[in-house]
Ligand binder design. Structure first.
Ligand SMILES: Nc1nc2c(ncn2[C@@H]2O[C@H](COP(=O)(O)OP(=O)(O)O)[C@@H](O)[C@H]2O)c(=O)[nH]1
Ligand SMILES: [Mg+2]
Ligand SMILES: [Zn+2]
Length: 302
């Protein structure tokens, strides 16, 4: 059926702007193709997201997307599909990590069902003792933790191995060194860091745009702007505790099935807190986020 100069390829959408989709072939030597969507195939622009694997017809480097292949996962912030790994980045110092903000990023990662790791960057700014102490606290909660520094390349090899062959998304608040880390891992990316990037991200469009960057033929990454607000709109009050790995052993053991571990009697989680098995700081973060989740939930079902 295919004419000589038209060929069918399979690729991944790495960028989407105003109805133009930039598609990188999954195999072969073709370059990134600018693709549009053919209306009569009942696909519309909004059916296609960055990260999607698509079939497309290629004619003289212009492409038409004909089919979106089934998605393995959808991440909401940033809006991107088929992500293999989320890298949640905080800094040991400048800015100092805020426990409840960390809990927020981590529960969002946990609720996505995509594997994730926690990275503490800027290890050079604190002593090894202090860095290990914080990292171990989070390891004990149940997270996979890495300490890095873009100043002395700490953790470079380890992270490169971790990202190899995957599509990874870097998230975390602004200023922690996400872009600098990606530059360390793949110098060719040349992402803007520091003051410059925060100036640029003030522009409406750059903040929202998400783009997959190729590290090597099998490995891609997405940098994200620091989210000043990262919402918990999609969570139910009853499910919040299950997104804290350190709480999981205590769940399902409370007197009430619907226990949200706040004021209920015979609460196994609160018993764990009283016995010193649950970290009071984590429980405080939980209560803070619970308040917000309850308010969102009440608004939604009023
Ligand atoms: N001391 C130190 N500074 C870093 C490190 N990584 C990044 N920075 C600096 O932190 C600032 C913010 O980095 P950037 O990558 O733009 O952060 P982003 O907003 O998370 O992308 C920049 O001035 C970087 O030079 C690090 O490992 N150690
Ligand atoms: Mg950045
Ligand atoms: Zn309970």
């Amino acid at each position: 059926m295919e004419k000589d100069d038209i060929k069918m390829s399979v690729g991944r959408v790495v960028r989407a702007i105003g109805g133009i989709f930039y598609v990188e072939p999954l195999t072969g030597k073709d370059l990134i193709a600018e693709c549009s969507v053919r209306g009569k195939l009942k696909l519309t622009n909004s059916d296609i997201l960055v990260g999607d694997k698509v079939k497309y017809l290629l004619e003289n480097s212009k492409g038409v997307i004909t089919e979106v292949l089934p998605r393995e996962s959808i991440l909401k912030r940033p809006y991107i599909t088929n992500v293999d790994l989320l890298v949640v980045v905080f800094a040991h110092e400048n800015p100092v990590p805020n426990p409840s903000l960390m809990a927020r990023f981590l529960i969002i990662a946990d609720s996505s069902d995509i594997p994730y790791v926690l990275v503490f960057n800027k290890t050079d700014l604190v002593g090894k003792g202090k860095a290990d102490k914080l990292a171990n606290i989070y390891r004990n909660y149940g997270y996979q933790v890495y300490c890095t520094s873009t100043v002395n390349n700490l953790g470079k090899r380890t992270l490169q191995k971790l990202l190899a062959g995957k599509v990874s998304v870097f998230t975390g608040p602004s200023g922690v060194g996400k872009s600098a880390l990606l530059n360390m891992l793949c110098p060719g990316l040349k992402l803007k860091t520091g003051i410059l990037s925060s100036k640029i991200s003030r522009g409406k469009h750059t903040t929202r745009e998400v783009q997959l960057l190729k590290v090597n033929p099998l490995t891609s990454v997405a940098d994200t702007p620091g989210f000043s607000q990262i919402g918990l709109e999609h969570l139910k009050p009853e499910e919040l505790a299950s997104l804290f790995p350190d709480f999981r052993d205590y769940l399902g053991k409370c007197r009430f099935n619907s226990c949200i571990h706040q004021n209920e009697p015979e609460c196994a989680l609160k018993k764990g807190l009283e016995n010193g098995m649950i970290d009071p700081e984590r429980y405080n973060s939980y209560l803070e986020l619970l308040k917000e989740v309850k308010e969102n939930w009440a608004k939604r079902y009023r």
